[in-house]
Structure formats: structure tokens, C-alpha cells
Ligand binder design. Structure first.
Ligand code: FES
Length: 899
């Protein structure tokens, strides 16, 4: 190291070495060993790496380490000492202002700087929402915990957490997350750990003529070089070609640069309509079974023609022939006919913890893998199978996961690469993607073109629609937009057809409610528009089509909502800024995993509960501990929870909204068994008369023995329970689901009523209020369910207003390569979000509740688009509804451009 820096680091004088190009973040994480400061964007755009420098908030990922000299540096770990915590940390805990926790240290450091400033200038006062949004403008939270952050900052600044006491909080792992001590895969550092990096294709389509890695292999410090690409055609820019492991990052990247790749470029195709042309460049001539699936479930059977695959099965079509007949003979001139083609964008998952893995393949054949995964149990099995190892010899850890949203469901490239490099190098290897790699290889929500034809009788009855959707999943299949649209409106005829269209992009991946947001954007706008043409109330029209009690209850809910009833009639506003209110409904499936098993034990130290599930922000620990709390009446955060290891009792992959629906019932039943066994043992050993279990403890003739007193009377009791099937379950038989998953009875349904303000001069849409109702049965942990919904709304707002992939049409190269090039919703974009739960409809389900993470994002896009129509008269067919599109659209509407 060329330079030495002396700094007051977390209260101690410390000296570090640095080169000119070393960042403060590198010093903090690699030399000081404090990993609470996170690397997300690497460009100062997201704020996750924020530290305090002489009390000022600074992004450490772009701060030269040399600027630390003589300064006081405080990282997140400095604020909570000896059980105490800063008022801002306590406020984050109390308001559950976090999910995965990866952005949290940065928010808290920024929050502390704001709090200190506020205390100096406005002590005792409460900041406004806009003041907090302005202070936090340099921070993003992809999980969407903004509402809790607003509340936490208001209360903290007002002084509500200045006292010494730790507030009550529900999130079982909240303390580790707000203090920076939660350890994610990207934080793992094993002795001798090598740096694994990947050389990627630089062209969108072409033949690989030569890969020469000899020079790299000979470099000092390079320990293994592997060819990742086995065939000779590259089909997307960013496709992994070669991986290597080296002793340092500098050597690893120098070695990558020494690898020579020669290509013979081929024409590429990026757009759906281009790829569908009969003379389009054929993208694949081999066995089509090799093409990846971008969906969570196995794709339905399909037939190929060129680059286009027609899906041959639709589960949601009904009266298909009738739907086709009615729509074909429907007269386009009539108000009872609506036809349009909609377009929805690519949306990147943008998990804040990158895709990453650390693998340690020992000489004795035992393999340890730390992975940022949504399925620790399934991953352990998949690794054992792929590498022909005994399951017991594979250990997978995912103690904390910094977001997934569907992109970390499989054994993805970073995991396989870390394992194979470790096997070759005989040392532990970490493969951690940078942000550009995140955008180029880890999947996305496929874009889609959706043709809808909708028709009905004059009174709105006897309706039918056809939907034909073309999905652009890149070099992958599995589009389901049309089919998923059919989850609602059970009383009408539907003909639903999905096509996959191959293009020269990376394979897409399941993303929260796959197909749902695009389906709602198209269908719910079509319904809204036809209601407008027919001069009918949009809810009254929908009532004619729906028999399912879930939607009927939601209709009632909307009709009582003040903001819905106060909406202004279309065309009643002039001037620059106009307000609108839109509604959209959506449905989702009820999925769970019967073989999942929860183990629980009691000792004098308390209760420990275990399952091989993982927490990616949804609060799996809190769900397990809440089940125990619901049986024993003890505080949920007093329960010790072990998750995130594959060798714990079988747990669900977190996808398809199945986690809570799986683990809560199993945990509840296990806790009940434990309670009954303790009751029996302690009643006998303590000679308690008329003893019964209660929420305060064991109630007996002479009084009540608290549960903790009861635990002190036993040595050790362990019980287990499996999730099992719902009562009266009737398997569908036609849909083979992986990992023992089951499609349960009934479906969830949800609605949003969303208000917007449209600036007709600038073309900007601001969402000003969100009201939602979710019908998912019993809600087991309400604050977590609310937080999930808020996150779903925020991701939905991103999808419909801001997010899209930018690509150079001339070179086929991706232009969205960092968070400065990809617009995520920030705090200033988010209005108050209010969610109601209708806790009915799932009495047949164990513990009466199902999942909601996917449902809660699907109807957002339709409601925002309908609100824009209500405000302006412009029907937005293309999302994201950017200012450019909106301004162009307003020009087509009479009186659309404000004055
Ligand atoms: Fe903010 Fe996950 S909690 S990114």
C-alpha cells in the first residue's frame, strides 16, 4: 500500500493502507472488517454505503480512502454499543422500517445525520414528509420499506426514542439488521478466500471463434480458469464465457483482460415484432428443451415456429370458443367493443444484495456454500444432484438474503461458478456480481405486447374477451401474461393465448407475480375503457362478470371508499395539473408446500424453532416466532429462530407467495404439540392440579405458572410438525409443481384504488394516494403483511411509471448498467399507502391464511393507468408511462395539454 491513513474509526484511532484508487468502502469492509456498510451500486447512486464522516453523511463507495485521513469515521456498527442503540435505530425497529435490511445501514446513517441537524435546529418538532424525502433523496430501498422509514424518522426527530429503553418490535432479526451485524453472503470472508470473476460476451449474437486464456492461466496469483460456455454461439451480451479465481481482485481483473476472445458477429434481434418475422434471424437450431424457462413453475407444452413458441395449454381460459365467436362478431363501432394492443416493459429485479456465492470444496469431497438464495433447502438438493455428492456432504447457508423478488430461485451462474472454481482451485472462492453484471445476467420481468378484444351486451352482461400476449423473455420461454389474466372475472368467456418470442437478451426470470402486472395493465384498462364508452360505472360493469365472492367483497369495499366516490368526472378539469383516481383488481394462486417441517424445542433457556427457510426480507423469522407467540403468549422476538441452513428440517423456497402459507401452520402445530407436552410434564413434576395451557402460562388450581417458569422445570423437549395438506384437498393432477408444492383451493384477490396528479406541461405523473384491500384470509403477522403490500405497490409504481431497459439498437448493447441509468422509485415518489385485509375465504386452509407477496403487486399498474385516464382522458397503452409518452399522448386528446 503506497499510503498510510490515520483516522478515528468508530471511536478508535486506526491506521490503514491505501492506494490512490482505493475507496473508503474497501478500507472499511476489507481492512477494518466492518461489513455493515454495503456495496450496492458502486456509483454513489443508492446510498447503501453511507457512513458518517465528521458527522456528515457520505457515500463511501465513491469516497477516496485517502480522504479518511484525520477524519472521524463512523459506520453503522458504531451506534449500538452494549445493548444500547441510537434513537434512529430504535425508531427503525419500532416502525419496522426495513425488510431485507441491505439498504438499512445507509438509511440509518443518513437518518442520524438528519436527526442531529434537526435536533440542533428544531428540537421537539416533527419533520414533514417532504423534508424527510428530501433528506433521503440519495437513498433507494428496493424492498420498498419507505413508509416505515418516514414514520421512523418523524418519530425519531420528534424525540420519541430519545430515552434509554428499546421499543417493542416484531421483526425477529430487526436488531441485527439495524445495527449492521446481520451477515449476508456478500459479507462472508473465509481464510484464503479467492476472488472469482467472469468474462462475458461483448456482443449480442455471434459465433465464438477462439477463446485463448493461456496468458491468464500463467499469471501469478491465478489459481483456476474455467470455460463456462460449452457451445460456440453466444446469444446475448453479458453471457458468461470464462471464469477464473485469483488471490486478489486486481489480479483477477487483470487476468480477465488477458483472455482473448474472437467472435464472428451475427445479426441480432431485440424486438418482439422483429423476431416474429418469417425472415427473422433464427436464434436457436438445437433441441429447444435446452432453452431456459423464465417462469417459476415448469412451462406449459408449446409448439415452435422460428423464434416463436405458442403455448398449447391455458388453465384460465373458459368458454374459449364462445369468447372467440363473440369477439369476432363484435362491432368495433359500438360502445360495447374495445380492442387495443398494450405494451409493458422489462423490469429488473435490482436486488440490493447482488447475486453471489462463496464456495469451499474440501479435499474430502465435503462442500460448503454460502449463497444469496431464495431456496436454501432446494439449493442444497440441487447442488448434491448436479455435483453427485451426498446431500449430507453439502452445507448451504443463507442466513440473511438482501432481496430476491424471484431472481434467486435457482442454482444461478454465480453459485455454480463459485463451486466449480473452488473445486478446481482447492480454495474457497467468492463470486459476487457487480451492478453491471446484475443488469446483464440475473434475469428480469419479461416485456410483453398484449392484444385484447373485449365485448359485452348493451347492459354489460354476456361479456367475453380474448387476450393474445407475446412475451420477450430474451433467450428463454415461459410467458404467461394472458393465462394469468384469467384468474379474475369468473363469469365471462375467455380465450387466452400466450406466445414466447426469443430475442438476443439474457434469459428472463420470475419476478414477483410473474405475468400479473402486465395482465392487469392490459385487462383492467380495457374494462375501464369499455365502461367509459358504455357510460357505465366501472364497478357496476365488473359486477356483471364476477361470481367469485372474493371479488364481490372487494367491489363492496371500493364502493364504500371515499376517495373513489369523490373522484372527479372525466373531462371536468382543465389547467396544468389534474387529478385522477383509478381502480384495478387482481388475483393470485394459493400455493404451499405440504412436506415442509418445523422443529421446535424448549429448554430452561427458552424456545428455539427451526426450519430450512430463508429470509429475503419477507420476515420468515418473524412468521415462525409469531406462531410460537400465538401459542405461548410470549414476545415474538424472545423466540430463538434458526433458519437459512439446508440441513435444518425441510423448508420452502420463497417464491409463489408460499412461505408464510407453509411455515406458519407447521410452526403453529409444532408449538401446540410442544405446549401440550410441557403442560403434561410440568403438571406431573410440579403436582399442579387442574392444569391447563393459557396464553400467560400454565393455569392451575393454585394460580398461574408463567411459561418461562415452566421451561425452567424441564430439561429438553423437542417436537416437530409438517405443513401437510389442507383439509379436503383435491389435487388438480394436471400441473406438476416442483419441490412438493401444491396448488391449494380458492384464490386470493386484491384491489387498489390509486390517486394521481398529472402535470400536463411536464408529462409527469405523481401517485398521491394508494388504498388497497387484499383478501388473503387470516393475516398472521399484520405489520409484515402491510410492509409486503407497501413494497409490492412501490415495485408496481416503478413498473408502470419509471423502469425499463435501455438498449442500443445499433449494437444490441445494454445501456442500463447501473442505478444511475435505471430509475427506481425513491422516497419522494411514494405517497401514503393504506392497506385493508379481508380475512375471510380461506377457512379450509390450515390456519386460514395464504400468501400475498405476488398478489399485492399485480393490480398496481392498471390502477395507475386508469387514474391517468380519469385525470386526462389519455389512455396509456404503453408502460412505463414516461413524461415523453404522456406528453405525446396528451396531444392526441382534446384539451389534453394543459394551459
Ligand atoms: Fe431496503 Fe431491502 S430493506 S433494499
Amino acid at each position: 500500500m503506497a499510503y498510510s491513513i490515520t483516522t478515528t474509526f468508530n471511536g478508535e484511532i486506526r491506521t490503514f493502507g491505501a492506494e490512490i484508487e482505493t475507496t473508503a468502502l474497501e478500507v472499511i469492509r476489507q481492512q477494518a472488517g466492518f461489513t455493515g456498510t454495503k456495496l450496492v451500486c458502486g456509483s454513489g447512486a443508492c446510498g447503501a454505503c453511507t457512513i458518517l464522516v465528521d458527522g456528515e453523511a457520505r457515500c463511501s463507495c465513491i469516497m477516496p480512502a485517502l480522504h479518511m485521513e484525520g477524519k472521524r469515521i463512523d459506520t453503522i456498527e458504531s451506534h449500538a454499543t452494549q445493548g444500547d442503540a441510537h434513537p434512529v435505530q430504535k425508531a427503525f425497529l419500532a416502525h419496522d422500517a426495513l425488510q431485507c435490511g441491505f439498504c438499512t445501514p445507509g438509511f440509518i446513517n443518513e437518518g442520524i445525520a438528519f436527526y442531529n441537524d434537526w435536533q440542533a435546529k428544531h428540537k421537539g418538532q416533527r419533520p414533514e414528509r417532504d423534508e424527510i424525502a428530501a433528506a433521503m433523496a440519495g437513498h433507494y430501498c428496493r424492498c420498498g420499506a419507505y413508509q416505515g422509514i418516514f414514520q421512523a424518522m418523524m418519530d425519531a426527530c420528534e424525540g420519541k426514542f430519545d430515552g434509554p429503553e428499546i421499543p417493542e418490535f416484531l421483526r425477529n432479526d430487526g436488531r441485527q439488521k439495524v445495527t449492521g451485524f446481520a451477515q449476508y453472503t456478500a459479507d462472508i470472508q473465509l481464510p484464503g478466500q479467492l476472488v472469482g470473476v467472469i468474462l462475458r460476451s461483448t456482443i449480442p449474437h455471434g459465433k465464438i471463434l477462439r477463446i485463448d486464456s493461456l496468458a491468464a492461466e500463467k499469471m501469478d496469483g491465478v489459481k483456476a480458469v474455467l470455460r463456462l460456455k460449452q457451445d460456440e454461439i453466444t446469444r446475448y451480451e453479458g453471457e458468461p464465457l470464462v471464469a477464473l479465481a485469483a488471490t486478489t481482485e486486481a489480479i483477477a481483473y487483470a487476468a480477465l483482460q488477458a483472455i482473448v476472445v474472437e467472435y464472428e458477429p451475427r445479426p441480432f434481434v431485440l424486438e418482439i415484432r422483429e423476431s416474429m418475422k418469417p425472415d427473422a434471424v433464427p436464434l436457436f437450431s438445437g433441441d429447444k428443451k435446452e432453452i431456459a424457462a423464465a417462469s417459476e413453475a415448469p412451462p406449459f407444452p408449446g409448439s415452435w415456429e422460428g423464434n416463436v413458441r405458442k403455448t398449447l395449454l391455458s388453465l384460465s381460459s373458459s368458454d374459449k370458443g364462445k369468447a372467440q365467436r363473440l369477439t369476432e362478431k363484435s362491432d368495433p363501432k359500438l360502445a360495447t367493443h374495445f380492442a387495443a394492443t398494450f405494451q409493458t416493459p422489462t423490469q429488473f429485479h435490482t436486488t440490493f444484495e447482488p447475486h453471489c456465492a462463496v464456495a469451499d470444496w474440501k479435499a474430502d469431497g465435503k462442500l460448503t456454500v454460502y449463497a444469496s438464495t431464495q431456496g436454501v433447502h432446494a439449493l442444497g438438493k440441487a447442488i448434491a444432484e448436479r455435483y453427485e455428492l451426498k446431500e449430507d456432504d453439502v452445507q448451504v447457508f443463507a442466513e440473511y438474503v438482501g432481496g430476491g423478488f424471484g431472481s434467486k430461485l435457482t442454482m444461478y451462474t454465480a453459485i455454480k461458478t463459485a463451486i466449480e472454481l473452488s473445486r478446481a482451485a482447492k480454495w474457497p472462492v467468492a463470486v459476487i456480481y457487480d451492478r453491471a453484471e446484475e443488469f446483464s445476467e440475473t434475469g428480469f420481468r419479461p416485456s410483453a405486447e398484449i392484444e385484447v378484444v373485449l365485448t359485452a351486451e348493451e347492459d354489460g352482461s354476456n361479456a367475453a374477451y380474448t387476450m393474445t400476449a407475446y412475451g420477450n423473455s430474451g433467450f428463454a420461454i415461459g410467458s404467461n401474461v394472458a393465462d394469468i389474466s384469467g384468474l379474475g372475472y369468473t363469469g365471462i368467456a375467455k380465450s387466452l393465448l400466450d406466445y414466447d418470442v426469443l430475442t438476443n437478451f439474457q434469459p428472463g426470470a420470475a419476478f414477483r407475480g410473474p405475468g400479473g402486472p402486465a395482465a392487469c395493465f392490459a385487462l383492467e384498462q380495457s374494462i375501464d375503457h369499455m365502461a367509459h364508452q358504455m357510460k357505465m360505472d366501472p364497478i357496476a360493469l365488473r359486477r356483471k362478470w364476477e361470481k367469485h365472492e372474493g371479488y364481490l367483497q372487494l367491489f363492496d369495499w371500493v364502493e364504500k371508499l371515499s376517495i373513489w366516490n369523490r373522484r372527479k368526472p372525466l373531462g371536468s378539469q382543465g389547467g396544468r395539473c389534474r387529478t385522477g383516481v383509478g381502480v384495478s383488481f387482481g388475483g393470485w394462486m394459493h400455493i404451499y408446500m405440504p412436506p415442509a417441517e418445523v422443529e421446535i424445542e424448549a429448554t430452561p433457556a427458552g424456545i428455539t424453532i427451526r426450519n430450512a427457510v430463508q429470509d429475503m426480507g419477507q420476515g420468515a423469522r418473524s412468521v415462525l416466532s409469531k406462531a410460537v407467540a400465538d401459542v405461548f403468549g410470549i414476545a415474538a422476538n424472545a423466540v430463538n429462530v434458526e433458519i437459512g441452513k439446508n440441513n435444518l428440517p425441510i423448508g420452502p423456497t420463497s417464491g409463489g407467495s408460499r412461505t408464510t402459507a407453509t411455515i406458519y401452520p407447521a410452526a403453529f402445530e409444532a408449538a401446540e404439540k410442544l405446549r401440550d407436552t410441557i403442560l403434561k410434564q410440568v403438571s406431573k413434576s410440579e403436582s399442579l392440579v387442574d392444569a391447563k395451557a393459557g396464553l400467560t402460562g400454565i393455569v392451575h388450581a393454585a394460580g398461574t405458572m408463567s411459561w418461562f417458569d415452566a421451561f425452567s422445570k424441564i430439561d429438553f423437549i423437542r417436537e416437530k410438525a409438517t405443513r401437510g395438506h389442507n383439509d379436503g384437498f383435491n389435487p388438480m393432477g394436471m400441473l406438476p409443481l416442483p419441490e412438493g408444492m401444491e396448488l391449494g383451493q380458492n384464490r386470493s384477490s386484491g384491489v387498489y384504488v390509486i390517486a394521481v396528479e398529472v402535470d400536463t406541461w411536464l408529462g409527469k405523473t405523481r401517485v398521491t394516494e394508494v388504498n388497497g384491500a387484499m383478501r388473503v384470509g387470516k393475516v398472521h403477522v399484520r405489520p409484515l403483511a402491510e410492509s409486503q403490500c407497501q413494497g409490492g405497490v412501490i415495485q408496481g409504481i416503478g413498473h408502470v411509471l419509471y423502469e425499463d431497459r435501455a438498449v442500443c439498437s445499433k449494437t444490441g448493447k445494454l445501456l442500463s448498467r447501473g442505478l444511475e441509468d435505471y430509475r427506481l422509485p425513491g422516497m419522494g415518489d411514494i405517497p401514503p399507502i393504506s392497506i385493508d385485509f379481508i380475512e375471510e375465504g380461506f377457512e379450509m386452509v390450515k390456519q386460514k391464511g395464504i400468501g400475498l407477496a405476488e398478489l399485492c403487486t399485480t393490480p398496481v399498474a392498471g390502477a395507475v393507468a386508469n387514474a391517468i385516464f380519469n385525470a386526462t382522458g389519455y389512455r396509456p397503452l404503453v408502460a412505463p408511462i414516461t413524461p415523453e409518452r404522456l406528453l405525446a399522448g396528451l396531444k392526441t386528446v382534446q384539451g389534453g395539454e394543459g394551459n
